[in-house]
Design a protein around this ligand. Structure first.
Ligand SMILES: *Cc1c(COP(=O)(O)O)cnc(C)c1O
Length: 359
């Protein structure tokens, strides 16, 4: 009997993850602040943090106070910066867990410095219009930050994967904002994954890679490419043959043109294999590509295996490597016009995570 899980599973290559982190650190010449928010983009924050600790990161970046408490519960006692703005009522928990907030509003900054001398980072909004002090109005914080200087000052790019010049414009705004402040920050940071593909030496103290670590690159022209990290696999649980004219799955968007053999695979959109991949995505089985037939259902997906000899229990690769085939997250996401970020973070907890270490 095989030792595979009996339904569906996500396989995370911690060796590749670590090498992706090392590649980013080497290229940028900066310390790492790996972004491990949302359960490390859905891959399991515990194993991911353990693997990345080998790289001696400056700290870890997360979104929420609760995620920070989780990191503490895992035994990580290094620096943890959280990036979603919080209401004043959350500052006490943040302080108790020894978390470093990213702050932008005078009200929350005042509340933080009144409560503690612990470090905080100043968020500058240079065009994302989401969080942080506007680069135009940052002088309003000059007095406050002179008295209570933040440890770090940072901004976030909105389109670093595009060649639209916006990154240069945001960098200029960031530099202008830094000049408007009356202190020199110990640390500055700007780069997410796609920005790192452009900046060989960032000239910043810290970099904040997320998706690159998890194996998703910034397109074929990017100057660094990540190794593949995430695979999604599932087992064949039924096989049937249907007649020409028979249809498959909800809404009957697939009609057999010939005698067709279908394998039912035990994974569906409730596992994070999106419904939009119905009739458009390909999977790999026994090293051969097979198309998804009909709409992906909540718990099952049908594939056309007419030309492939397969058996009950066979392993189907929906994302990842199988023999000569590599189905990358980007390719699979693109086949359904989906974001690779949503694809990775959408893999749900119903499927177990398994961890491997390639050399
Ligand atoms: C999520 C996040 C990142 C990482 O973005 P990627 O595109 O996944 O590299 C960096 N900085 C901030 C502030 C973030 O919220």
């Amino acid at each position: 009997m095989s030792s595979y899980p009996t339904r569906a599973w996500v396989e995370v290559d911690l060796g590749a993850l670590r090498r992706n982190g090392a590649a980013v650190a080497a290229r940028s010449g900066s310390r790492l602040l790996p972004m491990v928010k949302a359960d490390a983009y859905g891959l399991g924050v515990g194993p991911v943090v353990n693997a990345l600790r080998d790289l001696n990161p400056w700290g870890f970046g997360i979104a929420t106070v609760t995620e920070g408490e989780e990191l503490r519960a895992l035994g990580y006692d290094g620096r943890v910066v959280f990036f979603t703005p919080v209401l004043e009522e959350d500052l006490e928990r943040a302080d108790q867990a020894n978390l470093t907030p990213a702050l932008g509003s005078p009200q929350t900054i005042n509340a933080w410095v009144a409560r503690t001398d612990a470090p905080w980072h100043l968020a500058i909004d240079t065009g994302m219009s989401r969080a942080g002090a506007s680069w135009r109005e940052v002088y309003e914080l000059a007095a406050l930050t002179a008295q209570h200087p933040p440890e770090g000052v940072f901004t976030h790019f909105h389109s670093s994967e595009l060649d639209d010049g916006s990154m240069d414009a945001q960098e200029e705004r960031f530099e202008a904002a830094l000049k408007r402040l009356s202190f020199k920050p110990k640390l500055t940071h700007t780069d997410n994954s796609a920005a790192l593909a452009r900046h060989e030496n960032t000239g910043r103290d810290i970099v904040r890679p997320g998706i690159f670590l998890y194996g998703v690159g910034s397109g074929p022209t990017a100057s660094v490419q990540p190794e593949h990290v995430v695979s999604l696999r599932a087992r064949v649980v039924e096989i049937r043959t249907i007649e020409p004219g028979d249809t498959v799955s909800y809404d009957a968007i697939f009609t057999a043109r010939r005698k067709t053999t279908l394998a039912t695979v035990a994974v569906g959109y409730a596992d994070g294999y999106p419904r939009a991949l119905g009739n458009v995505a390909q999977v790999s089985i026994r090293g051969k590509l097979a198309p998804v037939a009909g709409v992906v259902t909540m718990d099952m997906t049908m594939i056309d295996v007419t030309d492939i000899a397969c058996e009950l229990g066979d392993v189907v690769t929906l994302i990842g490597r199988d023999g000569p085939n590599l189905l990358t997250v980007e390719q699979v996401a693109a086949s359904g016009s989906l974001s690779p970020y949503e694809m990775v973070t959408g893999l749900r907890s119903r499927i177990e995570r398994t961890y491997v270490e390639t050399q």
